[in-house]
Design a protein around this ligand. Structure first.
Ligand code: ADP
Ligand code: MG
Length: 695
């Protein structure tokens, strides 16, 4: 089955709409977040202007928008530079001047010819006791009154796209909205008083008042629910499908596990043991494991992953561990090396850096099974990597790996057990949208002996004092991370800021200062990182958050410049780099004031708690789920219509709905099922659609 024809108009390019040319098509695409008509229709007004006032000049109120039918009188062009061009007009009730600055006389004479009747709409203001209208928003012929005299939606705009133009373009797009079969449960829809899909979409673009702008308005809520349902239905269908694939059954490793546990310098926490037994149980079942291991930074996920991998290895299969960056991959390999040695297991590391002969050798070890554990970046799942017999894939997600990629990976390796690790503290609602296809184990207990991190807010003016303090600290053997924020979209500008900081710090700390940034070659990055790990550097300046997963227990001080520019979750991640050893750790949040209300609340939340889950909930509350940047960085699903800070309850309902649908009609063969397929096409849920295309 391919996309229903009904949907075709919505998937046509923006350029087919009148008023959209090759030049502004690109602007428009950027503005609305996509290249097709549907993207435009999802671009919602944020405000409106009520132009329905239809009294005469005498009734128009100061400061209010009015639409007036006027007879044009005398033109008085500007006499001197800086003075306006005035046109006196009137209706039966009184006189009003239309005022234009920097006016083009020819244009005005054409638009507003003396003696003619016109419609103007704009804000009426009283000036020296007389009503006037400066630069009317709209000027038209009397027969155009109905076009002007209405509630005009105000859309988010961009340079080169005016609200007038956007209104015009959206008006023609509205004419292309098809009637679609109803995919909602009728009773549920009725209970909420929701309109049909088409009516809902039309209503969103025709606000009649404040109510329509609210995310809880029936039209908005319905569209949000559609999107959430598509999301949940996809996750549950994918999960169902993947579960249906026969998995393998492994007994929990006994011999290898004992050897590794004996080699560990600590015992597992209760949370680690609990998570491990959940993993054991999954792996023992002949069904496929799809599990998320969620735990704050430093909660000890790596060792749990390692023990899980032993299950597969002891049963004669391979296990793979994928990290988001080279450094992390190598660090995982280093951490695990002594344990692997103790257990007599052969582990290899494969990253994009390995080329030529080295790579060939690694590939053949992976193919012939000599490599029992494979650690690396996404390179380990590239097309030319063939496994002898992969039993378990662990993905250390750390913010970077999106739902999409995970689903792709899972479907490429059918039957392979999957363990995803994330340190992103995710609010419950968001977790459902991003990981709704996974079972969850939580590491909600930190390894013992950690001291709370002392977090201090510091105005940037105090930087000199801070540097002085760091000088003492580094002499005592402490190591410092110094993070410079993303200033601009451009990496070059960020880099310049970090380099400047690096130069300043070098004046104090000399050669023991390091710099690491995203433009360096992986080998260069690793070299700097290794010097920091080895203790050859006291201070490591870094541009971005690229290496958040790195574990350096001797690093006890984290300085974050322009902390007010980071999201809460990000700050939390960064801070988690310290506090990993036995020494007291500190986090200095440098800010430049004055701070806005939200920024203040963000920073004080961070100062007051280290609990990632509290921080995550607060983060969602403070910025709403509409913060695309933050969400994108976290690799989380982003929504066009739903706003999880407002639609959390709808999400829970969509989840239940999706579960019920799949339990009763997993092939989507009923009448509602067919409509739901249309819904999946509407939201381009390709992973779910793939199952129907084959069947
Ligand atoms: P995460 O990946 O969850 O951020 P790691 O796995 O890197 O955390 O563990 C952080 C640190 O805690 C490591 O140095 C690790 O050796 C140590 N660690 C892990 N589990 C324990 C434990 N049960 N007791 C003491 N230390 C532990
Ligand atoms: Mg880790």
């Amino acid at each position: 089955m391919s996309r229903p024809f009904d949907l075709d108009p919505l998937f046509r390019p923006l350029a087919i709409l009148p008023g959209v040319g090759p030049r502004n098509a690109l602007l428009l695409e950027k503005l609305v977040g996509g290249p097709k008509v549907l993207d435009l229709l999802w671009h919602r007004p944020v405000d409106f202007v009520d132009r329905r006032f239809s009294g005469g000049v005498a009734q128009a109120q100061n400061g209010r928008v009015a639409t007036l039918t006027l007879t044009v009188g005398k033109h008085s062009p500007s006499k001197r530079k800086g003075f306006p061009y005035r046109i006196s007009c009137h209706d039966d009730t009184g006189a009003i001047s239309l005022v234009f600055f920097h006016a083009k006389k020819d244009w005005l004479l054409k638009q507003l010819p003396e003696g003619k009747s016109v419609i103007v709409s704009g804000r009426v203001e009283y000036f020296q006791g007389q009503p006037q209208m400066v630069h009317p928003d709209a000027i038209g012929k009397p027969e155009e009154r109905s076009l002007i005299e209405r509630i005009e939606p105000i859309y988010p705009l961009t340079q080169g796209i005016t609200n007038k133009l956007l209104n015009k373009i959206i008006a023609s797009a509205r004419g292309m909205i098809p009637e679609l079969p109803e995919w909602q449960d009728e009773a549920y829809k009725k209970r909420h008083g929701w309109p049909d899909w088409k009516d809902a979409l039309l209503a969103v673009h025709a606000p009649q008042g404040e109510a329509e702008l609210s995310p809880l308005h029936p039209a908005r809520a319905r569209l949000a629910y559609d999107e959430l349902l598509a999301n949940q239905l996809t996750l549950i269908l994918v999960r169902e499908h993947q579960r249906a694939v026969e998995g393998r059954s492994y007994a929990p490793s006994a011999v290898l596990r004992e050897k590794v546990l004996a080699a560990l310098p600590f015992t597992l926490t209760g949370a680690q043991q609990r998570s491990l037994s959940e993993i054991d149980a999954d792996m023992q079942r002949p069904l496929r494991m799809l599990r998320l291991l969620q735990g704050d930074v430093g909660s000890g996920k790596t060792i749990v992953a390692c023990l899980a991998m032993l299950n597969a290895v002891e049963a004669g299969h391979q296990a793979a561990l994928m990290a988001p960056t080279e450094i992390l991959a190598r660090q995982h390999a280093q951490t695990l090396a002594p344990l692997m040695r103790a257990a007599g297991i052969r582990a290899v590391v494969l990253t994009g850096r390995d080329k030529g002969k080295v790579r060939d050798t690694l590939l053949s070890q992976i193919r012939n099974g000599a490599a029992q554990i494979i650690i690396g970046t996404h390179a380990i799942f590239q097309r030319d990597v063939h496994y002898h017999d992969l039993g378990l894939a662990v993905i250390d997600e750390q913010h970077r790996f999106g739902v999409q990629q995970r689903l792709e990976l899972a479907s490429k390796n059918e039957g392979v057990d999957l363990l995803v690790m994330t340190a992103t503290p995710i609010p419950r609602t968001l977790a459902l949208t991003a990981y709704g296809d996974l079972d969850v184990s939580k590491l909600d207990e930190k390894p013992p002996g950690r001291k709370p991190i002392d977090t201090l807010l510091l105005p940037v003016e105090k930087m000199d004092t801070l540097i002085e303090r760091l000088r003492t600290k580094t002499r005592e053997g402490h190591r410092v991370y110094w993070v410079c924020p993303l200033v601009e979209e451009s990496e070059l500008i960020d880099l310049a800021a970090a380099e400047e900081r690096f130069d300043i710090l070098r004046q104090t700390f000399g050669e023991r200062t390091g710099l690491i940034h995203g433009r360096m070659k992986p080998t260069e990055k690793d070299a700097v990182m290794e010097r920091f790990i080895a203790g050859d550097l006291d201070i490591l300046v870094s541009t971005t958050v690229i290496e958040v997963g790195v574990n350096v227990p001797e690093a006890t001080i984290m300085v974050i410049e322009h902390a007010e520019r980071f999201g809460l979750a990000q700050l939390h991640q960064l801070r988690g780099r310290v506090g990993r050893g036995a020494d007291q750790s500190y986090c200095f949040l440098l800010f430049s004031g004055p701070l806005g209300v939200t920024a203040k609340e963000r920073l004080s939340t961070l100062r007051d708690t280290e609990d990632g889950f509290i921080i995550a909930e607060k983060d969602l509350e403070l910025r709403g789920s509409g913060d695309l940047l933050g969400l994108k960085q976290s690799g989380m699903a982003t929504f066009r219509l739903a706003d999880l800070s407002a639609h959390g309850e709808l999400l829970a309902a969509a989840r239940d709905d999706a579960k019920l649908i799949v339990s009763k009609d997993s092939e989507l063969k009923t009448k509602r099922g067919a409509a739901l397929r249309t819904l999946l096409y509407l939201f381009e849920r390709d992973q779910a659609i793939a199952y129907f295309q084959s069947g």
